[in-house]
Design a protein around this ligand. Structure first.
Ligand code: DLL
Length: 430
């Protein structure tokens, strides 16, 4: 199903023409309206007229996360403050957050993008969508909410936490779709298990939209089988609208990135040079329709690749592959580069492993992986536990080329964070 078939199926030629038109307009707009970009362009001796084709985008200076922090709170605005109607901030880091502003039209366009995503995966006005993401400064609550309302679904603004109430709402109102972080979905699956309830029998759930945190294909499968549903990956970031930037269709093979609203590039994070389609690198995004706070060539730090093969669903907007990590997530043990995602992928593929884990770094040559294992295994024989531990250690070693120290834990005993999961505890002294 399509929300906006004309634009979702626009030919590549027309889509790229539209991108170029919008890019040129955006460049002129920020140069005349945004003090930040005026200064940045002038310092870098860049003029909007230098971009004559989409290839010319490579000449536009990058915008970095730090630019948003340094120009906090209002420095990147391109409109008068009175034109803005909403503020969101980014989550998860120390120091000042990144402040993102939306005009009324920005909010309308953002809701439209979410509507495309939801309709693409089968949501109609008959659906009940329980939004289990935090309502507040985080975009996962309100941005999804407005989009789901636009489709006409009944939206339950449950927010995150208070799990007993979540279960009650899902059961009483026949929730068909949930919007949830992977860590909270795993947690809820645990709660059902502890209560001796089978969510496949108790609920009318058909699908979950999972995003805001990196997660592996194995985690998707675990949640799909625990709930008996389809799980769709959803990628976004506050700086670019929040959710609704890229989303999977029914084929679940990469996320369509809405190219009439964003231009994507994949670059080498070290040299900053563009990489050919298909090669993995850092995702860089440029907004094409934002009015309140356009952002050009934003260094997301998210690592992915562009999938160029056409999609069977008929959409022409290219897909990005599952995010494999963030360039700043990576840590080095014994000289080997390791992404937390690699560890998750291995763990979630092992039978007997439960749903939560923690990576602890104590020194530059010691990697500790704390893993919750299933109750059956935990209560099993000493030999069984030792076998499981050896299996986890062996498989992680094969993947990482470093031998980790494994600790097995009872299900439900490792800490769970509200909001985004914190999987890595770094106790190394700098
Ligand atoms: O997480 C927006 C969002 C809300 C996306 C709900 C999807 C669903 P931020 O808090 O600004 O915004 O965090 C953005 O989260 O740069 C990625 O590193 C990570 N991230 C988001 N979605 C995914 C995903 C929201 N599907 C940062 N897979 C991004 C992996 C993701 N990482």
């Amino acid at each position: 199903m399509f929300w906006d078939p004309k634009i979702e199926k626009l030919s590549r030629e027309k889509l790229e023409k539209l991108q170029l038109e919008r890019l040129k307009k955006t460049l002129q707009y920020v140069f005349s309206r945004s003090p930040f970009y005026k200064k940045r362009f002038t310092e870098k001796k860049f003029r909007p007229s230098m971009v004559k084709s989409l290839d010319g985008l490579a000449r536009v200076p990058f915008t970095y996360i730090d630019d948003l922090r340094k120009n906090y709170p209002y420095g990147l605005l391109a409109v008068d403050k009175s034109e803005t109607v909403r503020l969101h901030t980014s989550s998860g880091t120390t120091g000042k957050p990144k402040a993102i502003f939306f005009t009324r039209d920005d909010i309308g366009r953002g809701a439209d993008l979410i509507a495309r995503c939801l309709v693409m995966t089968g949501v109609t006005k008959k659906d009940v969508l329980q939004n289990m993401m935090s309502y507040g400064l985080f975009t996962g609550g309100l941005v999804m909410h407005y989009g789901a309302e636009k489709v006409g679904a009944l939206v339950i603004p449950a927010g995150i936490g208070n799990t007993d109430r979540q279960l009650m709402l899902m059961q009483d109102f026949g929730t068909t779709s949930i919007h949830i972080t992977p860590s909270y979905a795993l947690y809820i699956a645990d709660v059902f298990e502890k209560k001796g309830l089978d969510p496949r029998k108790e609920l009318k759930l058909k699908r979950a939209y999972m995003g805001a945190e990196p997660h592996s294909e194995e985690t998707r499968r675990k949640i799909e089988s625990a709930f008996g549903i389809d799980v769709y990956n959803s990628y976004g970031l506050s700086e670019m609208n929040g959710p609704g930037v890229a989303f999977e269709c029914q084929y679940k093979d990469g996320m369509h990135l809405w190219e009439d609203h964003f231009i994507m590039e994949i670059i080498d994070p070290v040299t900053g040079r563009q990489l050919p389609p298909g090669q993995e690198g850092e995702l860089v995004l440029t907004t094409l329709c934002r009015v309140g706070m356009p952002i050009l060539r934003y260094r997301t730090k998210d690592i992915t690749r562009i999938i160029t093969a056409p999609c069977r669903c008929g959409r022409t907007h290219r897909r990005i592959a599952r995010i494999t990590g963030r360039s700043d997530d990576m840590f080095i043990i014994k000289g080997v580069n390791i992404f937390p995602q690699q560890i998750e992928r291995v763990l979630m593929g092992i039978k007997g492993v439960a749903r939560n884990y923690l990576i602890q770094l104590e020194s530059y040559d010691e990697l500790i992986v704390k893993v919750e294992i299933q109750k059956r295994s935990f209560d099993g024989s000493v030999d069984h536990m030792a076998g499981l531990k050896a299996e986890i250690e062996g498989k992680l070693r094969a993947e990482l080329l470093v031998r980790p120290k494994i600790e097995l834990h009872e299900p439900g005993s490792l800490p769970v964070s509200e909001g985004k999961a914190k999987r890595v505890i770094d106790n190394r002294k700098l």
